[in-house]
Every structure is written in C-alpha cells, then in structure tokens.
Design a protein around this ligand. Structure first.
Ligand SMILES: *Cc1c(COP(=O)(O)O)cnc(C)c1O
Length: 300
C-alpha cells in the first residue's frame, strides 16, 4: 500500500476569517507540527519516506535562526541521527543567550559548526563529512520537496471540491520559491507569491533552477517603490502581524508573512475570489523576533 502524508501528519484545517473587511481562507499548515512548522513539514515529507538506515548523521547549512534548521534538528532527533549544521560565525550575544529557533535546535541536539568558510559551503564545497551523512540543501530546497507540496495541492483541491469552489487564488510567501513553484505546478488555481530573500529576478532564477517550463511559475508580486531586506525590522511588518493577531486570533510570523500580506491587500481586488492564504508556519521564530522588535521600538 502506498504511504501518504497523513501517516505522518494530520491534514491541516482551513479557516474562514475576516481581515480589514475582506474575507480570506487560511490553510493552517502552521498547525502540522510544532517543530516541523508549516511548509518545512511539507518539504520534508520525502525524508520521512526515505530509507535512512544507511545514514548516521544529517548535515545542512543556513542562517542561525532558520526554520529549516529547526525542522531538521527535530527530525534528526526523532530518527536518532546526529545533526550537523554549518552557519556563519554566531554573534556573541546569541551564543551567550540562545533564543528562538537557535535555542530550540540546540536543545534538540543540533551540533553547530560556525565557520569562516561559509561562502564555500553555499557553493557546494562541504567540509569533510563522514560517508554516511545525508546532506540537505539550505532551506530544504531539494527537488524531492515537490512530493510533499503536491500533497498540499491535493488537500486544497479536495477542499475546493467539497465546497464547490470552481475558482480560487492561492497566496503564499517565498524564500527559495520551492513551495510556491511546486504548488503552482500541481494546482489548477492561480498561485501568487512574494519574494522575501531577494528580488523578482532572483526568485525567477530560483524557479528556473527547479523547473524548466515557465507554465508552472507562480505570479510574483513585489513593491516597485520599496525595498525590504530579509531579516530586517520594519514598523509596518510588526503592525500588520499584530493587526492580524488581534482581528483573526491567528499568529503569523515576522519574516515572510508581513510583506506577503501587505502585497495581498494591495492586489486583493484584482484576483479571483475566494483567496486562500497558505500559513507556512515559522511562528516559533517569533520568540526571537518579538524581542528584537521590542528593542527596536524602545530605541527609536
Ligand atoms: C521556509 C519558509 C518560507 C519560504 O519557503 P520557500 O519554499 O523557501 O519559498 C516561507 N514562510 C515560512 C514561514 C518559512 O519557514
């Protein structure tokens, strides 16, 4: 019998909400698992199905508060594998006072290796690792991530069928763009996404790395007049995250969701209704982002 997503996770619920007098459907992928949060659970689906018996450790690399890092740390812990994570040198204050995803991943047994040769690692030159190491790309941007996203597309399709929705727009934030790309590839509904880790050109390049056919590329929204840098703090980001929390009771995260919601509100009247926003998780990271915003506001 083929295994399916539901052997590892419950299907995520869809909630109807009202925000700033518009109606939205929210696909609560953030509820899939507390540590595998959101789209990382989807992207890791292939790992659950891979025979890992020949591996003793998992290795990956990326930022020191990354959601993929936390997800892999939790996964490795569950599978009794060691987890090595390469990152740039960690700031002193964080080493002394770990918080957020960083602390949780260390608590889950992550072996952190901060390196000055980080640029080489991102170019694919991994330091010597034992042969029985499973290597996972930054942000889980593996081609196999497609399998779990395909199941997300199927869940959405089933929801639409059940509720007799012939049309719908799907909205979600992008980092590497893998989630949005694979969602569009497997969904008959229009997908809209927002670049957070670079500009529109960068995101299109990311799509091209994963998929040749432009037919599968999601629509991209961005501001022409305003640049946001990933991981930086912006008052309007905090404001919309708090407004969403107050009006809907749903907690969103502070790195990807705010810019995506700002652009969704700006473009709302142009796209097919209803609009389904995919909540891609990441809220554990608010434990480090909210104190950063507190400091930011008290200093400014
Ligand atoms: C990783 C992540 C994203 C970006 O996903 P990609 O597949 O890399 O585009 C968006 N939102 C949250 C909360 C994430 O953790």
């Amino acid at each position: 019998m083929p295994e399916c997503f539901y052997h590892y996770f419950e299907q995520s619920p869809v909630e109807k909400i009202k925000f700033l007098s518009h109606e939205f459907l929210i696909k609560r992928d953030d509820l899939l698992h507390p540590d595998y949060g959101g789209n990382k659970a989807r992207k890791m689906y292939f790992l659950f199905k891979t025979d890992l018996s020949k591996y003793r450790q998992i290795a990956s690399y990326g930022g020191h508060q990354s959601n993929a890092m936390l997800s892999l740390a939790a996964f490795a812990r569950q599978k009794n594998l060691e987890f090595f994570y390469f990152t740039k040198t960690v700031p002193k204050f964080l080493r002394k006072n770990p918080n957020g995803n960083f602390k949780r991943a260390l608590d889950l047994g992550m072996k952190l290796i901060s390196t000055n040769n980080y640029a080489e690692i991102t170019e694919g030159k991994m330091p010597d690792l034992p042969p029985n190491t499973l290597f996972v790309k930054q942000g889980l941007a593996e081609p196999e991530a497609e399998y779990g996203i395909q199941l997300l597309a199927e869940e959405i399709r089933n929801y639409a069928d059940k509720n007799q929705l012939n049309e719908m727009s799907l909205v979600l934030p992008s980092g590497t763009g893998a989630t949005a790309l694979y969602l569009q590839k497997h969904s008959c509904f229009d997908v809209y996404t927002v670049p957070n880790a670079g500009n529109t050109n960068y995101l299109r390049k990311q799509f091209a790395d994963l998929e040749k056919s432009e037919d599968f590329y999601p629509n991209i929204w961005d501001f022409e007049d305003r640049k946001y840098r990933f991981g930086h703090l912006y008052p309007e980001f905090y404001e919309i995250q708090q407004k969403l929390l107050q009006e809907t009771g749903i907690e969103f995260e502070l790195l990807y969701d705010p810019k995506t919601w700002l652009l969704l509100l700006r473009n709302f009247s142009e796209i097919k209704q209803p609009v389904m926003y995919i909540h891609s998780g990441g809220t554990y990271g608010n434990r480090s982002m909210l104190p950063r915003y507190k400091r930011y506001f008290s200093l400014s």
